[in-house]
Design a protein around this ligand. Structure first.
Ligand SMILES: NC(=O)c1ccc[n+]([C@@H]2O[C@H](COP(=O)([O-])OP(=O)(O)OC[C@H]3O[C@@H](n4cnc5c(N)ncnc54)[C@H](O)[C@@H]3O)[C@@H](O)[C@H]2O)c1
Length: 313
């Protein structure tokens, strides 16, 4: 398998832009693709300001393994940021990803849409390229079946936000080769990540455990056990989590949470995974979380017209 020098990332949303940032700041050339041109320009802004924050906090300096004086620090600050931004190229044309050694897909969590993309990627990617999915829950084996290279298809599940969270969960499909696994693990480690390996069953490791907890938090709210603030505060302070499950759901995206619950419900065939009706209703209402400005909580500026939530909520 060829050395990884160029990474393609499909989907420039919150996950794809973070994955592209990781690749660019770790010295790889990156093609970032999105069907939506606005998403690409939002991603460039988000990546640039995230690198600024990282560098100013000294995170990137850790990569340089060198104690620095202030002037050197400032010089390298600009070097690292400019080098990463130079390595990042944006496109809406799939053909541009033909030079990538690995393509990481981070588009909408829909099996049909992802399968179509994998089929198209299989047609344009070089024969040695790995096709990886950042899916939260969809079967890697089924995505691989849309291609003629199932041994080179793998799950590379970054956590949100990718530049900060330590874990990458690697999922082996039924036909994923050892060579593909080793190369993908090595790439995650190059990004400074800890890896775990999961077999290909619905939800893998992290979401199999995390999403039912989030779903249960929605049930707790839905049945009036407590307010959203008390549910989050209870779990935050009572179980030492950095944020409560409802806040976390808003960060992840309620649409993503709902999709994962549906996959768990269908894939594991147990009614305990049925999505909470309140979660379904929020998604139906377009309350998708932070990315939409409103989810369980309202993140919009006070100047905007406030919504009147139902008394129960
Ligand atoms: N949000 C999270 O916390 C999280 C964590 C881990 C994994 N994931 C997974 O990562 C993936 C992306 O999630 P996200 O939160 O970044 O979503 P997002 O909605 O922020 O971004 C998705 C992007 O994909 C683009 N897109 C959709 N279909 C496309 C297509 N066919 N071709 C090109 N671009 C397309 C959209 O325009 C959008 O910009 C999903 O599979 C999700 O399950 C999400």
């Amino acid at each position: 398998m060829a050395e990884i020098k160029c990474v393609g990332v499909v989907g420039a949303g919150q996950m794809g832009s973070g994955i592209a940032q990781l690749a660019a700041t770790n010295g790889l050339d990156v093609w970032l693709l999105d069907a939506d041109r606005d998403a690409l320009s939002r991603a460039t802004g988000a990546i640039s300001s995230s690198i600024n924050r990282f560098v100013s906090k000294g995170h990137v300096l850790r990569l340089l393994h060198d104690p620095l004086e202030t002037l050197e620090f400032i010089f390298i600050f600009f070097e690292v940021r400019d080098d990463a931004m130079r390595r990042l190229r944006l496109t809406s044309n799939l053909q541009d990803l033909c030079s990538a050694d690995i393509i990481v897909e981070a588009i909408v969590e829909s099996e049909d849409v992802k399968k179509k993309l994998f089929k198209d990627l299989d047609g344009i990617a070089k024969s040695s390229a790995i096709l990886a999915s950042n899916t939260s829950s969809i079967s890697i084996t089924r995505l691989a079946s849309a291609t003629k290279r199932p041994s080179q298809v793998i799950g590379m599940h970054f956590m949100n936000p990718p530049p900060i969270m330590k874990l990458v969960e690697i999922i082996r499909g039924a036909d994923t080769s050892e060579e593909t696994f080793v190369a993908t693990k090595a790439l995650a480690e190059r990004f400074g990540k800890t890896t775990v390996c999961s077999q290909d069953y619905a939800g893998f490791i992290v979401n199999r455990i995390l999403m039912p907890m989030i779903n249960e938090a929605f049930h707790t709210l839905y049945t009036g056990v407590a307010t959203k603030e008390d549910i989050d505060s209870g779990m935050k302070h009572g179980t030492n989590q950095p944020m409560g499950p409802l806040e976390l759901a808003d960060l992840i995206g309620l649409d993503v949470c709902l999709s994962v619950m549906k996959v768990l419900h269908e894939g594991l065939g147990d009614s305990k995974y049925a999505p909470c009706p309140l979660l379904v209703q929020y998604v139906d209402a377009g309350r998708l979380g932070r990315k939409r400005g409103i989810g369980v909580y309202d993140y919009r500026k006070a100047t905007q017209k406030p919504i009147t939530p139902s008394p129960r909520l």
